[in-house]
Write a protein that binds this ligand. Sequence first.
Ligand SMILES: [Zn+2]
Length: 103
Amino acid sequence: MMEPPDTDPPILLVDDAVLKKERAKARNLRNSQWWKRRLARGVCHYCAKPFLPGELTMDHVIPLSRGGRSERFNLVPCCKACNTKKQQLLPWEWNAYMERHKP
Ligand SMILES: [Zn+2]
């Protein structure tokens, strides 16, 4: 898909090897007790609605493609609706969305 250059989001080039490493780290954390406890709380980090642990997915607050890392402070439980929305919106649009939906 072609976009006019002036609307392009800033692209941060992340090394493939780094991405692979961070994805592996996320997989390991997904199996950790820490993550199971986060899921057991059953709350989406973004919309703060209650969910079953199985309905929540792991989300990188700062996406790996934007230089985020698979560290605990950057990983949050997120419902599928929020996850989809976050992926469809540009970062500034997502921030604006979150501002409007603050609990
Ligand atoms: Zn949500």
